[in-house]
Design a binder for this molecule. Sequence first.
Ligand SMILES: Cc1ncc(COP(=O)(O)O)c(C=O)c1O
Length: 394
Amino acid sequence: MFRAGLRRLAAAAPASVALRPASFSTSASSSFAASTVAIANPTSQHTLNVSSAQGIVDGFVGAIGNTPLVRLRHLSEQTGCEVLGKAEFANPGGSVKDRAALYVVLDAEERGLLKPGGTVVEGTAGNTGIGLAHVCAARGYKLVIYMPDTQSQGKIDLLRLLGAEVHPVPAVAFDNPANYNHQAARHAANLENAVWTNQFDNTANRRAHIETTGPEIWKQTAGRVDAFTCATGTGGTLAGTTRYLKEISGGKVQCYLADPPGSVLHSYLSSGGKLVERSGSSITEGIGQGRVTDNLQPDIDLLDGSLTIADEKSIAMVYRCLAEEGLYLGASSALNVVAAKEVAEKLGRGHTVVTILCDGAYRYADRLFSRKWLTDKKLIDAIPVELQHHIVLP
Ligand SMILES: Cc1ncc(COP(=O)(O)O)c(C=O)c1O
């Protein structure tokens, strides 16, 4: 079943581009498409794009992936490159983590660890929990989430309203058995028909990006991609997409890790694996890592380098993307866009650079657009004066 699921998703990527016309040759859609064309300006590119939307998909799971690849117009003009963002906020659960959530569940099904009515257990405070909540509801599983009790009530409420059982537990280091990840593992081990999906070290996560994100990017750019960059939480997105793009291009696509302050990976990569320095902390959420996860390990040597991106640049880009591109993005996406711009500048004019727009800013608005929060974080002066009118919250 998992293989079939994978094949369907992988096939969906090319199909969304190559097979769209065929989907209009059947049933009601063809007459609708024809009438749309008849009343619209036939030269309108907008109409053509809207009318080639993908056909019917099977429920929530079928709606995962096949996200648009958005040309960032201002940054492309500024750099003389094509700077492209994969619009992962357009996934049905709202983030790039829908892909990993689906794959870890399908993987558990295929390995016989999860049977109808079973329970998925995960340690997460963020988008993986949201993706899992949707996927579990759609496939008839219960979901149990462990998270550090330092997380906001808003996150707990959201996961609960999506149907998850949430356990906030004391925030202790990974080497402490009371750490939320270990508690999640024990919970699953003590329950019949339950699985700890273990997003950090379960490589079904990375496989989601080898089989969907990578092929979609390759297809959408018609193989004309020179570089790819993104940040890592579990490392699944960076590792899987890098693996696919390196293999399909014979190593030509350059791939770069983008790291926030407080993560060890930039120092690890730039020192050839000798250093694991953790300096500072970051306002970004869902990214930054203290170790090389099993998802990142197989592909870390494929990387061409890494960039470290200061919070001042990321927050300014949140506002720039909103004002210049109309894109309301979270801070990890903005960090990725800064990284894509820097890679484009490094490569020089005429190149195509792709990054990931992980999620929208909806869950972070009370911080990213709050004058008090920005002042407390000493980031208010990083927002260009002409964009400060977007700071509307006290
Ligand atoms: C907002 C956001 N951006 C980026 C990532 C990183 O993705 P990955 O876990 O594939 O490295 C995450 C992961 O949770 C996330 O929540």
